[in-house]
Write a protein that binds this ligand. Structure first.
Ligand code: DSN
Length: 412
């Protein structure tokens, strides 16, 4: 990463980038939705493709000079199709939230009903949380998980029969278990609903063959490309051929303008990486690492929501440790360990000061960290939580964190 021109022209932005680079290098990044892209992805992202306007789709653009842009976007589409066994792919959504909104606009009329997971049980804001504009336009009904931490399929069926949703929505941001897509499809067929999955968090684990793939089963699947999939910040919609036209129209011209083609090219590069056999090994290791963290935390009497993990993340309920998620996040920050505070199922506390923390392994695994490091890191997290008011101890842990990160350089 050469920032020669920038360092001379804009010292303030250069300084912000350099400081952030150092923060990423010297810290343990455990926010489960974050990752480190490869230098090849970064190069495509920073390429001259950012200069081009290209409203429309490959072969059907509103601007001239799109022949090479078409090549890049077609490669992204074809690689995504192969990776997920998709009939149709739209790679233009700018991120996960716009991808979801475009699908709602494509498939719903104002007032139509969507059945989605409650936010505190692992759902996402764009799955109908009352603070979103979508919740003002459409009627979102929410299902939850059982007390044992499984998706409550029985409740989904009861609610589906009662509310006759146009869409049944699965796929979550803080839920750590596998999803039975076939079961959902059977329920949807009984009530004539369209099936939609938001696989933003687990797309890389699906691409790496480690988790169930809803794409061949479901009507529509949305994702981001920057989480476990390890691509640039962006979104994508995959669907059955019968929905292709209305989905494409909803993305452009319905909702977005000119696509970000530098970003789309970077997605294509990330998909090429995900098609390599080594990506399977990466996805497997993400999950192994998360399992080790689960064991280590359980041994130390931490309460893991949903009783454990089948994917890359853990949601930890801190009530028995007598601190909030916010306090834990702030103490961990001081020790160079980045997690995010998070609501737990039916959390009595507020989103800004919830009962839990959410953490995951994709970014650490990209650095090459494995079981041995996970055991050490779980011990540090526990020590931070025990010593949260002892700044000297937190600084000591930070020193050890920095020492460990030096063995796993980010961009060599
Ligand atoms: N912000 C993402 C996450 O952290 O899960 C979801 O949009």
């Amino acid at each position: 990463m050469n920032h020669k021109k920038l360092s001379k022209f804009d010292t303030k932005i250069y300084s912000a980038i350099e400081k952030e680079k150092q923060r990423q290098e010297q810290g343990l990044e455990m926010i489960p939705s974050e990752n480190f892209v490869s230098p090849a992805v970064l190069e495509a992202l920073g390429s001259i493709l950012t200069n081009k306007y290209s409203e429309g789709y490959p072969g059907k653009r509103y601007y001239g000079g799109c022949e090479f842009i078409d090549d890049a976007e077609t490669l992204a589409i074809e690689r995504a199709k192969k990776l997920f066994k998709a009939e149709h792919v739209n790679v233009q959504p700018l991120s996960g939230a716009p991808a979801n909104v475009a699908v709602y606009f494509a498939l719903l009329k104002p007032g139509d009903t969507v059945l989605g997971m409650d936010l505190s049980h692992g759902g996402h804001l764009t799955h109908g949380h009352p603070v979103t504009y979508m919740a003002k336009i459409f009627n979102f009904i929410r299902y939850k998980t059982t007390s044992a931490g499984k998706i409550d399929y029985k409740q989904i069926e009861i609610l589906a029969k009662k509310h006759k949703p146009k869409i049944i929505l699965v796929g979550y941001s803080a839920y750590s278990r596998e999803i039975n897509y076939k079961k959902i499809q059977i329920i949807a067929d009984k009530v004539g609903a369209i099936t939609m999955a938001d696989i933003a968090h687990i797309a890389g684990l699906i691409a790496g063959g480690q988790m169930n793939n809803p794409v061949p089963i479901f009507d529509v699947v949305t994702t981001t490309t920057h989480k476990t999939l390890r691509g640039p910040r962006g979104g994508m919609i995959m669907c059955k051929k019968k929905w292709a036209k209305i989905i494409d129209k909803a993305v452009f011209p319905g909702f977005q303008g000119g696509p970000h083609e530098n970003n789309i090219a970077a997605k294509a590069v990330a998909f090429k990486e995900a098609l390599e056999p080594t990506f399977k090994t990466y996805a497997k290791q993400i999950m192994k690492n998360a399992k080790i963290l689960e064991q280590e935390f359980k041994t130390r009497n931490y309460k893991i929501c949903f009783n454990g993990t089948d994917n890359h993340l853990l949601l930890i309920d801190l009530n028995n440790k007598n601190l909030s998620g916010k306090e834990a996040q702030e103490a961990l920050d001081k020790a160079g360990i980045t997690v995010n505070k998070n609501m737990i199922p039916d959390d009595p506390r507020s989103p800004m000061d919830p009962s839990g923390i959410r953490l995951g392994t994709p970014a650490l695994t990209s650095r090459g960290m494995r079981e041995k490091e996970m055991k050490i890191i779980a011990g540090w997290i526990d020590q931070v939580i025990i010593n949260r008011q002892n700044d000297k101890k937190l600084a000591e842990i930070k020193k050890q964190v920095v020492k460990m990160t030096k063995k796993f350089p980010l961009y060599k």
